[in-house]
Design a protein around this ligand. Structure first.
Ligand SMILES: [Zn+2]
Length: 295
């Protein structure tokens, strides 16, 4: 029995026995390690594929689990190769399955047949991936020579000039950042000065004629002036044409006679005159009324 409890018997000597397991003469893995002296450990092993038992010829499905005897039987580089020996649960036969680190799979070694259900890309309209040796060059030495010459020519004729071009361009833009910056700032100052002046002029005009702030004024140049002048002349001509259509032309003589025939404007009366005339009118009216009543 495996030492599960922590009872230390009176004759237990820590120096001598080291552990309770060794005191009882048991392995830490218990019964699973009963064949450990032969390098075999009992583990639970699950079938990774469908098989047919070689002894009873029964089909055993993928995923059935066995208490298998696991043993290291070799190594692929530094990776150990394990074999799992299982006893068929339907008969007394044994079958053995090994790991295959090279192809990352399991293989049936003896006692059973594996059902081949691996995916074959070529069968299913795909392309198989072949492990080609990357170090393998062209077998024809002349072809290899031609290839390397082509590569050299490409470097000389295309790649190096391109690199030089890029380098020149980079130097052109990045060699003297101070002067570039000074030039740019100078230009900016000039443009800003002009823009500020124009803004001031526009503000003045807008303030003068109460134009909305958002109104965009035309730039005051020769062409704009020309167009404005033409428009103004056109407007003037139209106005004159309208005026001539509305009233007939008068001769100067008739104009003077008509002037003289106009009623002469009355001289402005003084406030006193106005008051006396009003009084006279009222008096006249009352007189007329009283006369009417008397009749
Ligand atoms: Zn069997």
């Amino acid at each position: 029995m495996q030492g599960f409890n922590k009872y230390y018997p009176p004759d237990y000597d820590g120096e001598k026995h080291k552990s309770l397991n060794s005191y009882r003469g048991k392995h830490a893995l218990g019964d699973r390690a009963r064949k450990i002296d032969k390098g075999i450990l009992i583990t639970r092993f699950e079938l990774p594929f469908n098989i047919w038992c070689g002894t009873c010829n029964n089909h055993i499905g993928m995923g059935v689990r066995y208490n298998a005897e696991k043993k290291k039987i070799g190594a692929y580089y530094s990776t150990p190769i394990y074999s799992f020996r299982c006893k068929c649960h339907l008969c007394d036969g044994w079958f053995e399955i090994e790991t295959d680190p090279k192809n990352t799979r399991y293989v049936v070694v003896s006692g059973a047949r594996q059902k081949d259900e691996d995916w074959n890309p070529e069968e299913n309209g795909g392309f198989a991936i072949h492990d080609t040796d990357p170090k393998a060059g062209p077998s024809d030495p002349l072809a290899a020579l031609e290839k390397s010459t082509d590569a050299q020519n490409h470097v000389k004729k295309v790649q190096i000039p391109r690199l030089e071009e890029l380098q020149t361009a980079s130097e052109h833009y990045n060699a003297d950042p101070y002067s570039h910056s000074a030039r740019v700032r100078k230009r900016f100052r000039t443009e800003k000065k002009i823009a500020t002046q124009r803004q001031a002029t526009e503000d003045l005009i807008k303030g003068k004629y109460a134009l909305p702030e958002t109104l965009i004024l035309l730039e005051d140049d020769e062409e704009a002036r020309h167009v404005a002048r033409d428009e103004w002349l056109k407007g003037q001509q139209e106005l004159q044409a309208q005026a001539s259509r509305k009233r007939p032309k008068l001769s100067t003589s008739s104009f003077s006679t008509s002037l003289s025939s106009l009623p002469k404007p009355k001289p402005a009366k003084s406030p006193n005159d106005a008051a006396s005339s009003l009084r006279a009118r009222i008096l006249g009216n009352t007189q007329r009324a009283s006369q009417g009543r008397a009749k």
